[in-house]
Design a protein around this ligand. Structure first.
Ligand code: G6Q
Length: 541
């Protein structure tokens, strides 16, 4: 048994779960103060976690677990540049990118904040030039379309933010190409004019197969349309690998750098976010950074029982480890956040999908959940059936805004009525008596009622967090994203894993190279029978 599962607190939580699971949320809500006891308002954010299967004892035990994991020390370790990504020997400092304080952040006795300021300044100047039409394509035309070519962390984050803030877009149109499937780039190239297009090649390593293949295709397309010398006016890159970018043919002055201490899935805050700055303008991009910084301050300064990321993390652990739930749904009630769940899916699953702990031992408890989700109202007409009446317990985060960016008629009240109704239905369900009452009032007769009753009962007791934010702005989005980043970090601390590496993506990448090689050499039989059988049929078609 590991130290964690052997600890008194872990066992106390197990015993406590055995008791509290006998209570329903209807029982727990007999306490009129429950909402006030289990909700936190912090500036423009309200998190209501009262519709969870918890009481004060649950939270006290979870805070004890957090304290025993030395959460506060570990938070300090991250912000003070300790190499907490120890398997890659790296500090984890995406927070420095959005740090608006005057405090230095030292790596090897050098303050990295001056490099960060310089990089932000470069982003500001360049994004202004593109937006103002000062930056022109090789034939003298203004840039109308930006194509970000990247994948994983170099795609999902900026794509999510550009879409989430598309209401504020007053610059060129932004497109994202990520898939190595040529259909992705082909469909994008159909929509744009080479003379008015700027490609941003986003790749930390500048070696990623998908990105380099798409970048080569884009370069050929530009050269074919505008001539070989046009590349410098139609390409810029965001990368840590300057020599590789130069070798690709991009001018040094068009390279936006960042650093090893910024992980791919945390890189939206770095120059990888250049597409965001071009889309909404540097000032708003900076507001997004300020939002992230405000959440960092809240995370570092708040007591555990008032700390939004810590509370979300502990509640996640409560279900994951003690109710043995497998998944966690993220359900934004805002059309602009339609890519939010996909980004959090990478953030969480790549960070905490680990089965080896920091002592190099196999873990005997479950770690990161499967994260999934879609915008809520659409989901209601698709997968909510399973959340309400399926056999699996699925904790959900409901994210909504008090004010709509498009206040037309009663759309927003209707949207939010659904938002509030769903968490109420999930928590309290519908009893047999309520079903009978409802059916009788609709003139259903006896045999029909008896058959229908079990189908119309909702057991309730299905847990949700509600995150209610004043308004979707660059700043509130920055806060929301940083909230989830820190939630994932806290969970990783408690699970004693390194949330910042991603060795699990390597094997498939290496095998793909081998297989491509064997396809090129037509030497297909050196694989297992399934793989070579499939390859032969693929090649023979
Ligand atoms: C994220 C991962 C991964 C990475 C992509 C793209 O944390 O490391 O998703 O972002 O593999 O890598 P490059 O930016 O190096 O092309």
């Amino acid at each position: 048994m590991s130290n964690l599962t052997n600890s008194n607190t872990w066992n106390a939580l197990k015993n406590h779960q055995n008791q509290i699971r006998k209570f329903s949320l209807r029982d727990l809500f007999q306490d009129p103060n429950r909402f006030l006891d289990f909700s936190i308002e912090s500036d423009d954010f309200l998190i209501d976690y009262s519709k969870n299967i918890i009481n004060k004892q649950t939270m006290n035990l979870l805070f004890k677990l957090a304290n025993e994991s030395k959460i506060l020390d570990k938070i300090q370790d991250m912000f003070s540049a300790k190499k907490i990504n120890w398997t890659e020997k790296r500090s984890v400092l995406h927070t420095a990118l959005r740090d608006k304080s005057k405090t230095q952040t030292l790596i090897n006795n050098k303050d990295i904040k001056s490099d960060i300021r310089e990089s932000l300044n470069k982003i500001r100047i360049f994004s202004n030039k593109v937006r103002d039409g000062v930056w022109k394509g090789s034939t003298g035309k203004k840039i109308k379309d930006i194509v970000n070519i990247g994948i994983g962390g170099s795609d999902l984050g900026p794509k999510m933010v550009c879409e989430a803030l598309s209401y504020y877009n007053d610059g060129p149109s932004i497109h994202f190409v990520s898939n190595i499937d040529a259909s992705d780039i082909s469909e994008t190239l159909k929509k744009i004019n080479p003379e008015e297009t700027l490609f941003l090649i986003a790749s930390k390593t500048f070696t990623t197969q998908e990105t380099m293949t798409n970048a080569d295709t884009a370069k050929s397309w530009i050269k074919e349309a505008l001539g070989n010398s046009s590349v410098s006016k139609h390409f810029a890159a965001m990368s840590t690998n300057i020599p590789a970018v130069v070798k690709f043919g991009i001018n040094k002055s068009n390279i936006f750098t960042f650093w090893d201490y910024v992980g791919g899935r945390y890189s939206t805050w770095s120059s990888i976010g250049l597409s965001i700055a071009i889309s909404i303008g540097y000032e708003r991009f900076n507001q997004f950074l300020i939002g992230g910084y405000e959440m960092d301050c809240h995370f570092r300064e708040s007591d555990l029982d008032k700390n939004l990321p810590v509370i979300l993390a502990l509640i996640g652990i409560w279900y994951n480890n003690f109710f043995k739930t497998e998944t966690h749904a993220i359900l934004p009630y805002d059309h602009y956040l339609s890519k939010f769940s996909a980004h959090i899916q990478q953030l969480d699953m790549e960070s905490n999908g680990k089965n080896i702990d920091n002592n190099n031992s196999v873990i005997d408890y479950t770690t990161g959940p499967i994260i999934w989700g879609q915008p809520g109202t659409n989901g209601q007409h698709a997968f909510y059936q399973l959340i309400h009446q399926g056999t699996k317990l699925i904790p959900c985060d409901f994210i909504g805004f008090k004010k709509s960016l498009n206040p037309i008629g009663d759309h927003h009240d209707k949207l939010m009525a659904n938002f509030f109704a769903q968490t109420k239905a999930l928590a309290f369900g519908q009893t047999k008596q309520e079903v009978i009452k409802g059916l009788s009032s609709k003139d259903f007769k006896d045999p029909d009622i008896n058959q229908l009753i079990p189908h119309k009962i909702f057991t309730g007791n299905r847990p949700t967090n509600t995150i209610l934010i004043n308004k979707l702005t660059p700043k509130s989005l920055g806060k929301l994203l940083a909230l989830y980043e820190h939630k994932v970090f806290v969970q990783g601390i408690i699970w004693r894993i390194n949330s910042f590496d991603q060795w699990g993506v390597e094997l498939g990448k290496n095998l793909a190279k081998d297989i491509l090689n064997s396809m090129t050499k037509n030497d297909l039989s050196r694989n297992d029978s399934s793989t070579s059988g499939l390859l032969k049929r693929y090649k023979n078609y």
